[in-house]
Design a protein around this ligand. Structure first.
Ligand code: FE2
Ligand code: FE2
Length: 329
């Protein structure tokens, strides 16, 4: 992708229809970009960080092992610590998405490494997205610092996320820079489409710590826009890729669905050991089979719909990559 490719004609469309569709996508992106000044949470009131020690920090149902008998038998104080750790992990996953996944793709766009995203509208919206993500890092850092201090978890270490490790592994097996950029970009698109659903798990959950709900709700407010932005940007960059690049992107796109769904049990293994949870190894080992079906917990209809719209699923590479992963198209 060091050379710019000639724009492809939209699947099944004429050149004029493609031009019309592209100008509509650009106009929509411009509207979203111009609305940022009023919409973005960084421009609004700060989240109230009042802490209520009596409230749980996290939702028990979101722990991958919440139904395990060894977990259920634990003392309430230890369960409460595990919930706080769950909240910290949940936040750190958003940090990983923002700093290791989305922001580098934004810089790839700004540096002209992604065809179709070099125009001024794209630059504006990418810059706004970077500001949003930087603000989310601050939101999450504030929430985690407070939780760690209030719950005595200052020394808890959170290892790296499989979501990032698996993306980096996929990049490492590719020989060309353009392939690595597209693997990263596919991971960003999938993550940004999924992250608002991920945040919705807590954004209106009134039974947890109010500060936590408010933090997640503020974050989700921005991510609802990001999900639209990354969908529209895919409609902009995919037609600008060469046929070879399009085929490669199509072959990679469904993979991050699995990476995002990963239950991150290696992190839990480390955290439960650090919290000296009795039976930690058994609890985690018994949950490993759940990871195989983790993808089914995600609603990936948005990714499949987008793939139909841009024509990925009209190609052999696209159909094969989705069906090879057992994703209904
Ligand atoms: Fe974010
Ligand atoms: Fe985002």
């Amino acid at each position: 992708m060091t050379t710019m490719s000639a724009p492809a004609i939209a699947p099944g469309g004429t050149d004029a229809a493609h031009q019309h569709e592209q100008s509509e996508v650009k106009a929509l992106l411009q509207r979203i970009g111009d609305g940022w000044i009023k919409r973005a949470k960084v421009r609004r009131d700060a989240v109230d960080l009042a802490f209520d020690p009596a409230r749980p920090d996290f939702l028990e149902e979101l722990l991958p092992f919440h139904a395990h008998p060894l977990y259920q038998r634990l003392a309430p104080e230890l369960k409460s610590k595990i919930l706080s750790a769950g909240w910290i992990i949940y936040n750190e996953k958003t940090v990983a998405i923002e700093s290791a996944i989305v922001s580098p793709s934004c810089y790839d766009a700004l540096d002209g490494r992604i065809p179709g995203l070099t125009d001024e509208t794209s630059r504006q919206i990418v810059c706004e997205t970077l500001v949003d993500e930087a603000y989310h890092l601050l939101l999450v850092a504030n929430a985690n610092r407070l939780t760690r201090a209030q719950r005595g978890l200052e020394d808890l270490k959170i290892p790296g996320f499989n979501l990032v490790t698996m993306m980096n592994r996929e990049k490492a097996v590719q020989s060309e820079d353009w392939q690595k950029i597209l693997v990263h970009l596919a991971t960003s698109v999938v993550s940004e489409i999924f992250v608002s659903d991920y945040l919705h798990q807590l954004s209106d959950c009134t039974e947890i710590q109010p500060m936590n709900m408010a933090t997640v709700a503020a974050h989700r407010h921005d991510e609802l826009a990001h999900s639209k932005i990354f969908t529209l940007m895919t409609k902009t960059f995919y037609p600008a890729l060469s046929p070879r690049e399009q085929a490669f992107f199509a072959s990679v796109l469904p993979k991050p669905i699995e990476w995002f769904a990963d239950l991150e049990l290696d992190i839990w293994s480390s955290v439960l050991e650090q919290l000296r949870v009795p039976g930690a190894a058994t609890i985690v080992a018994d949950c490993r089979p759940l990871n195989a079906a983790a993808r089914e917990r995600l609603d990936y209809t948005g990714i499949v719909g987008l793939s139909h719209e841009v024509g990925i699923l009209s190609t052999d590479a696209g159909r094969n990559s989705f069906t090879a992963m057992g994703i209904a198209i």
